[in-house]
Design a protein around this ligand. Structure first.
Ligand SMILES: [Zn+2]
Length: 73
């Protein structure tokens, strides 16, 4: 089970919680001030925001842009 980092929106206290489901997350209480609605911080398990990927592959159709190959025109 993943452990997420949270930051309280009210007092900005940061803490970690072991989360089993989204319902548990909504019921999270800040251990410092007791408020609910902490924001989850990005964890190391999250994928990077921007992943460079191949947009156009060599050998694709130069006319219609089909990456699978020539369109036959
Ligand atoms: Zn708090």
């Amino acid at each position: 089970m993943p452990i997420f980092e949270y930051r309280c929106a009210a007092c900005e206290h940061e803490f970690e919680e072991l989360i089993r489901g989204s319902e548990d997350e909504r019921a999270l209480m800040c251990p410092s001030c007791g408020k609910r609605g902490a924001d989850r911080k990005l964890s190391v398990f999250s994928a990077p925001a921007t992943v460079p990927g191949p947009k156009a592959q060599p050998g694709g159709c130069g006319r219609c842009g089909d990456p699978n190959g020539s369109c036959g025109m």
